[in-house]
Every structure is written in structure tokens, then in C-alpha cells.
Design a protein around this ligand. Structure first.
Ligand code: 5GP
Length: 117
């Protein structure tokens, strides 16, 4: 499950079929604000390649996965939260994944130090 035609809401956003403000974009990924933020800052970094879940990534995606991590740093800098954010990937429905197109949640704007998860 890692092709470019898998249709999810994120696929539609990436293809511009659903208007959405990209707060970051490069050749391999975009970032958008989450429509239902769980903290003051809640952004999603989404690869343009439609990998359904993290576990569906293959060795071919190794560079892309590293690229996403570096993009997270850039987006966090851009949003002014580079000194304190959480990075979350929900993998599978039982873990809370609702959109089956890999995405990384950047969650920030509150103090997490007493809250480990
Ligand atoms: P998941 O639960 O799959 O880890 O995360 C999916 C996230 O996508 C949720 O936090 C949800 O609020 C967000 N989301 C779902 N649909 C849209 C949308 O159309 N636009 C944006 N910006 N976020 C969305």
C-alpha cells in the first residue's frame, strides 16, 4: 500500500483538488495546519507519495523518511516551535490513525514535560 494514486483527503489536498493552505512545500512533501488542532500549534507533514501507514514504507522509502524528519525541523522553525514540540505518527486504526496516507503530527504550544505521552 504505497502508491501515488491511493485516494485520501490528503491525496486530494496534495493534488489541489481540495483548497488548503500549504505552510511548507518542497519536492517530496507538504505541511498544513491540522483542521482539528489538539494544541496551540498542530501541523501535519505529509509526503506527496501516498504511503498508507508507516509500516507500509519500504527500503525504497528510506531517503524519503529522512527527508520528512528534516522537513519537520524546517516547519517547526517556521512555526516558531523548534525548541519544544512533539512528533507523533499514528500507525493503524487502533493507534488512532484515521487518514491512511502517512503523516507526521507536529504538536506544540503547550508544556509537555509532565506528560510523557
Ligand atoms: P490521524 O488520526 O490519521 O493520525 O490524523 C489525521 C489528522 O488529519 C487529524 O488530526 C485530522 O484532524 C486531520 N485532518 C483530517 N482531515 C483534514 C483536512 O481535510 N484538512 C486538514 N488540514 N486536516 C485534516
Amino acid at each position: 500500500m504505497s502508491d501515488t494514486t491511493t485516494d485520501t483527503i490528503f491525496g486530494k489536498i496534495i493534488r489541489g483538488e481540495i483548497p488548503s493552505e500549504f505552510i511548507y512545500e518542497d519536492e517530496h512533501c507538504i505541511a498544513i495546519h491540522d483542521v482539528n488542532p489538539q494544541a496551540a500549534v498542530h501541523a501535519l507533514v505529509i509526503p506527496k507519495k501516498a504511503i498508507a501507514r508507516l509500516v507500509d514504507a519500504s527500503a525504497d522509502d528510506q531517503v524519503l523518511l529522512g527527508h520528512l524528519m528534516l522537513a519537520v525541523g524546517k516547519v517547526a522553525e517556521q512555526l516558531g516551535v523548534a525548541d519544544a514540540f512533539r512528533l507523533v505518527v499514528n500507525n493503524g486504526a487502533d493507534a488512532g490513525q484515521t487518514v491512511f496516507h502517512l503523516h507526521l503530527h507536529i504538536i506544540a504550544g503547550q508544556v509537555f514535560s509532565e506528560q510523557k505521552l
